[in-house]
Design a protein around this ligand. Structure first.
Ligand code: HEM
Length: 407
């Protein structure tokens, strides 16, 4: 049996409830949110530690270290929550690849969860210990935490990269004909890809600092000097980080197998160019773009990267005759409608309410009082949740009754 037949046979016979393209687009879009918070967490985490050890150089470093420690603390929880969505979509249309890859490195796939838990706990220890006059040794908790997060990124990368090389699976599963089902090996690492993606944490935190300075500019308790300090640092990190990331992206571009034809795709070259230009734009003092604009451009670049990753996956799997779009469809309109209306209704109103609230509350000192518009948004968010829970149960009970009495 050839690899392509194996891949297509391993697909879920239940098929998918809507056109596979829907899941493909959702996988790409939701990954953007996941990886954006990976970048924010790693960037703010490294900066928090760096600033922690630089505290003697001036009071702003301490202030920055405390702020970045909090950013990373929140960032980890968001990157985890936002990682679930692309994970589900990948599993729906690339299930043969994803599960095989996970089984081949099962010990690492399981270890991923424990290292993430330990890493996050260590970050909380640092968060608790990082206050004025904190002992220098507490920084080690943060360093250990970041090393574990970097390892988690590596595991994610390996699982993704092994998944797109089905022709090598047998040699990994049974090297030299002897079965190794320990799952303790990370079989394939593409260093340029891993290092490039992880390196984007640097330009990301640079851009974040620029937006941070603009965001806080209305707060009287944040001095102009501190905000200028953050802005200058942001400029430097974004510019330096942009160059480093662009160089790593070029390395990745040359590392792609010539047989896939990916090296001649313009998008692959637009990525290093885009990051270099973004770093340059961020470093400009005369042509000073607002931090939010720069942050939005950064998000657009991440979206290009997400599309590029998907094109790479398609190109790697094409020779085996595996096309996501060819998945069997068992259309299920009600669940598809429920899904999208949940995204729009609950995601839009509840998510929109939280975001508006957080954005506005962070811009005032002391107690924040919601404006009538925000209060109405809050009531609408609660209402939509009640409706959603109602629909969820009514739908479930209706299906149960139909199956029990009418089937
Ligand atoms: C500190 C923890 C994490 C880090 C540093 C991290 C980092 C990464 C990186 C670097 C990639 C891209 C790999 C590549 O394209 O080569 C990635 C992909 C991904 N991550 Fe994470 N991640 C973390 C946690 C999580 C968690 C907790 C989840 C799920 C709940 C998750 C879900 C995913 C998914 C689904 C992909 C894409 C897989 C695919 O395209 O097939 N990640 N992550």
């Amino acid at each position: 049996m050839d690899v392509g037949t194996v891949l297509n046979t391993m697909r879920d016979p239940a098929g998918v409830p809507a056109p596979p393209l829907v899941f493909q687009v959702l996988a790409v879009v939701t990954w953007v949110f996941h990886i954006a918070f990976v970048f924010l967490t790693l960037g703010s985490g490294v900066l928090a530690v760096y600033a922690f050890y630089k505290r003697e150089a001036g009071p702003f470093w301490e202030q920055l270290s405390l702020a970045m420690t909090k950013v990373a603390k929140v960032g980890v929880s968001l990157l985890i929550v936002l990682g679930v969505a692309p994970l589900l979509f990948t599993q729906v249309i690339y299930d043969p690849q994803w599960y095989t890859s996970n089984v081949l490195s099962a010990a690492w796939a399981i270890g991923f969860i424990f290292t993430l838990i330990v890493g996050y706990c260590l970050w909380f220890v640092f968060y608790e210990a990082n206050h004025e006059g904190a002992k220098r040794y507490v920084g080690i908790y943060a360093v250990m935490s970041l090393v574990l997060f970097a390892l988690d990124g590596l595991i994610m990368h390996v699982l993704t990269y092994q998944a797109i090389q089905p022709d090598k699976w047998m040699s990994w599963y049974a090297p030299g004909g002897i079965v190794d089902n320990s799952g303790t090996t990370l079989h394939a690492i593409e260093w340029p890809r891993y290092l490039f993606i992880m390196s984007l944490s640097a330009p990301a935190i640079g851009l974040y600092l620029l937006a941070y300075a603009d965001y806080l500019s209305v707060r009287k308790d944040k001095t102009r000097e501190y905000l200028e300090f953050s802005r200058n640092l942001g400029r430097k990190i974004a510019a330096g980080g942009g160059i480093i990331s662009a160089s790593l992206a070029l390395w990745w571009q040359f590392d792609l197998p010539a047989s896939t034809g990916l090296r001649s795709e313009p998008l692959g070259w637009a990525i290093p160019l885009g990051f270099a230009m973004l770093g340059w734009l961020a470093s400009q003092r005369i042509l000073r773009l607002h931090g939010y604009i720069l942050l939005s451009l950064g998000a657009a670049m991440i979206a290009l990267l997400a599309i590029w990753r998907e094109l790479i996956r398609i190109a790697y799997l094409k020779p085996f005759g595996y096309v996501a779009d060819a998945y069997k469809i068992h259309a299920d309109l009600p669940s598809t409608v429920l899904f999208f209306s949940t995204i729009l209704g609950v995601g839009g109103l509840v998510g929109g309410y939280y975001l508006t609230l957080l954005y506005r509350a962070g811009r005032v000192e002391g107690t924040y009082t919601a404006s009538p518009g925000v209060s109405r948004l809050g009531s609408a968010a609660v209402a939509v949740l009640v409706v959603w829970i109602g629909v969820f149960f009514v739908y479930g009970v209706a299906i149960w009754l139909r199956n029990a009495f009418l089937a």
